[in-house]
Ligand binder design. Structure first.
Ligand code: ADP
Ligand code: MG
Length: 318
């Protein structure tokens, strides 16, 4: 048996990557980093609990990978650049094989996004992991939920519904094994949209990442900005497999299913042309889905041309 300290030394210390801005990382009572002059520090924590955010029988590689990318998505939603991570890990038992897979997934995600693990905590209890991620943005340039104004256009960074379909309809007999694999990948390895950061810092008035569900998360922008939104439901981008295999549920999965980690953001109408030109130049696809209005609440026009209220729905823990 190895003790807690040997465990940290064996599994976590090797993941420490000493960037120039880290004075010291794992091994002391706290890590020490330098925030570059002219930058703000953004801090965000996300906890993943077994059988709530992932299933206990998932490959530990996927559990670690997903924990990192969902945290990265919060930094992406601030239009910032990720820098450092701490990891609080609670394990029911000491399982070397599990820890090996876990740290392989962790290492892969850290490497892919050039992140440094600088510390954490390791305890015994029901399986859960809590990551705190630190990001940097040029002073006063991080984007919040609260800046949307009437007239702004509402955009999405990608197609929705695939992760929710993986949660709800994976047992559908008509799914090909290839389709199944793509959906599982969408759920376990979502891509955090850090590629939008610069564009959003230049043009967006408000940004959020879609973790709970598009309608619920857009509603967060509306409430924080004290505005409302008119959506064009026909323009909401739905993942091809979702519209193909679940045509009846597709729109609901796209509107209310969570775990997509695409970004929803608002662009002033007079900046839209410049924004689209730059997005095209950067090969970033985006989807116009509606506009911000002064009146609170979410709305859409139905098939008969009647204005209807849209109830924001998404995952709620309580
Ligand atoms: P303390 O007793 O002061 O809380 P610990 O024994 O918990 O210290 O941790 C020792 C060192 O190992 C610290 O630098 C801590 O940040 C690091 N550490 C502990 N657990 C982890 C982990 N899961 N991932 C990364 N670093 C960790
Ligand atoms: Mg500790």
């Amino acid at each position: 048996m190895i003790n807690e300290f040997a465990l940290i030394e064996r599994f976590f210390k090797p993941l420490e990557r000493l960037h120039a801005d880290i004075v010291y990382g794992i091994g002391d009572d706290a890590a020490c980093v330098k925030v570059p002059a002219g930058y703000d520090l953004l801090i965000s924590t996300d906890t993943l609990v077994a059988d709530v955010h992932f299933l206990k029988d998932w490959d530990a590689y996927d559990i670690a990978y997903k924990a990192v990318v969902v945290n990265l998505s919060d930094i992406a939603a601030m239009a910032a650049k990720p820098a450092w991570v701490t990891l609080a890990l609670t394990l029911p038992e000491l399982n070397i094989e599990w820890l090996e897979r876990f740290t392989q997934g962790l290492a892969a995600a850290l490497k892919q996004f050039d992140l440094a693990l600088i510390g954490g905590d390791t305890t015994r209890g029901p399986l859960s992991l809590s990551l705190t991620i630190h990001g940097l943005a040029p002073q006063n340039q991080a984007r919040r939920r609260s800046g949307a104004c009437p007239g702004d256009k509402i955009y999405l960074s990608g197609e929705l519904g695939a992760a929710a379909m993986a949660v709800n309809f994976l047992e559908d007999k008509s799914l090909s094994s290839n389709a199944k694999e793509i959906l599982i990948q969408k759920l376990k390895h979502p891509y955090p949209r850090l590629d939008f950061a610069e564009l959003l810092r230049t043009y967006a008035t408000a940004v959020i990442d879609i973790s709970d569900g598009f309608s619920a998360d857009l509603n967060h922008i509306c409430e924080a900005s004290r505005v409302g939104a008119l959506l064009n439901l026909k323009d909401v981008p739905i993942h091809l497999l979702v519209s193909h295999y679940q045509p009846k549920h597709a729109l609901a999965l796209a509107l209310n299913g969570g775990d997509d980690y695409e970004l929803c953001f608002t662009i002033p109408a007079q900046q839209e042309e410049n924004f689209l030109a730059l997005a095209k130049e950067a090969s970033l696809k985006c989807y116009l889905v509606g506009s911000i209005e002064a009146e609170p609440g979410l709305r859409f026009v139905d098939d008969k041309g009647v204005l209807q209220c849209l109830k924001p729905e998404g995952y709620k823990h309580f």
